[in-house]
Design a protein around this ligand. Structure first.
Ligand code: CTP
Length: 408
């Protein structure tokens, strides 16, 4: 099932150069399963034609409160009655000012005011020059629309069409799509702070060589995204992987197991849940050479000595907070065989309430996986699905266990 299946979104465009991004946003929303009704201000039509938006949305675009196409001549009422969400992208300084004051002198502002606010949420993606954005009048208006219940999605930072650099760019279409998808996810972990490790670690032998584990980091990144979608604050400690940071997630990049332990230890006191998906290298070279180890034609490989790395999960699970479950610890087990037996044994050994097993070679680098959840009560299989879908199911499983723990 697509992320926005059966969702009807009213996409409002007000005047700004960012309108060019809204064409792509419209396409992405539809690709994700939504139906999209576009409403444009006259100013928006200076930047993007209704023809383009009609072709992309496959629906006539509305732009005037005097539009006679609606039988009752009340486009401002009709447009939102079937909507699941109104998204203003771009929302100009002028539109936000109108919304803040309840002005309704064009179709878009009139429609926002006339929408059933209790069941049709309003999301706002501001777009404007940096001076306009930081002006006290704009910030006052933003605070007011938030107080009135709108969700303001924030702005991007960078080069602006006017040639200046700063805050005020509209978020990119993919970022807005992720925000809309996140908006519809159940807020199961509001108030929780999740700390997630992901990816492999890299243990240097010398400045050009090292040992590592097979891990793309995709499962851990999907869990970080799903946790944020469910309302949690998320810190993601990532080994060397080239994956984009999920929106709204605080990422800390590390290399070695010891770096990972240091980052986890620094963030653990704020966390209420720790999910260790990282494929931590079990051993590291006893001493990394500062200079490249040369072959020098001797025919003799270097003698490498290894020492064991700290077990990050076990040390947190066996800490005071871990044992009392003030920090709820979730481990992963990447096995090659005998998943159930190995996962049960690993859960005991690590001392975690929940362990998630998977067959490593079946999933490394892929976009899907299947999971076996093992806890003190029994086991549960999450059948093969995309990593994001599995991550959302796992978050729901964790939320359920936290709720039981809290009421116990
Ligand atoms: N883990 C960890 N620190 C380590 C090793 C593992 O935090 N030094 C965590 C992993 O992130 C995972 C769990 O422990 O959540 C199990 O990792 P795995 O590699 O499957 O198990 P190992 O403890 O390494 O045991 P074995 O190699 O014997 O299977």
């Amino acid at each position: 099932m697509k992320d926005l299946a059966e969702k009807h979104i009213v996409l409002g465009l007000s005047g700004g150069i960012a309108c060019y991004k809204s064409a792509e946003l419209c396409r992405l929303l539809i690709k994700a399963g939504a139906s999209v009704q576009v409403v444009m201000t006259q100013a928006a039509e200076q930047f993007m034609t209704p023809v383009t938006m009609q072709a992309l949305s496959q629906r006539p675009v509305y732009g005037s409160q005097w539009d006679t196409r609606a039988a009752n001549n009340m486009a401002h009422i009709n447009l939102t009655r079937e909507a699941d969400l109104c998204l203003m992208a771009p929302a100009s300084a002028d539109l936000i000012a109108k919304l803040a004051h309840g002005q309704a002198d064009d179709l878009l502002s009139l429609m926002c005011l006339a929408r059933p606010a209790d069941r049709v949420p309003l999301l706002i993606a501001p777009a404007m020059n940096r001076e306009m954005w930081q002006h006290p009048a704009t910030q006052r208006n933003v605070a007011q629309v938030q107080a009135d219940g709108a969700l303001v999605l924030g702005v991007g930072h960078g080069d602006q069409a006017c040639g200046e650099t700063g805050d005020g760019r509209m978020l990119e279409p993919l970022e807005l799509l992720d925000e809309v998808i996140a908006f519809f996810q159940p807020k199961l972990l509001t108030g929780q702070h999740l700390l997630v490790t992901a990816g492999p670690t890299y243990e240097a032998i010398d400045p050009v060589r090292g040992i590592t584990n097979l891990s793309s980091g995709k499962m851990g990144f999907a869990i970080a995204r799903a946790a944020r979608e469910s309302g949690a604050t998320v810190t993601l400690v990532a080994g060397p992987v080239s994956l984009p940071t999920p929106r709204g997630v605080h990422r800390v990049n590390v290399q070695s197991a010891r770096d990972m332990l240091a980052a986890v230890t620094a963030h653990e006191p704020q966390a209420s849940v720790f999910i260790a998906t990282s494929a931590v290298a079990d051993w590291r070279p006893a001493s990394a050479s500062a200079a490249k180890i040369k072959k020098e034609g001797s025919g003799q490989p270097p003698e490498l000595q290894f020492v064991e790395n700290p077990d990050i999960l076990a040390s947190l699970a066996q800490s005071e907070r871990g044992k009392s479950r003030a920090l709820y610890c979730v481990g992963f087990a990447a096995e090659s065989h005998d998943l159930l037996v190995n996962a049960q044994a690993k859960r005991q050994r690590k001392g975690v309430p929940l362990l998630v097993g998977n067959i490593g070679p079946d999933t490394f680098g892929q976009d899907d996986n299947s999971l076996l959840l093992v806890d003190e009560v029994g086991t549960r299989e999450l059948s093969r699905d995309s990593k994001l879908a599995l991550a959302r199911k796992l978050i729901a499983e964790i939320a359920q266990r936290l709720a039981v723990g809290a009421s116990a």
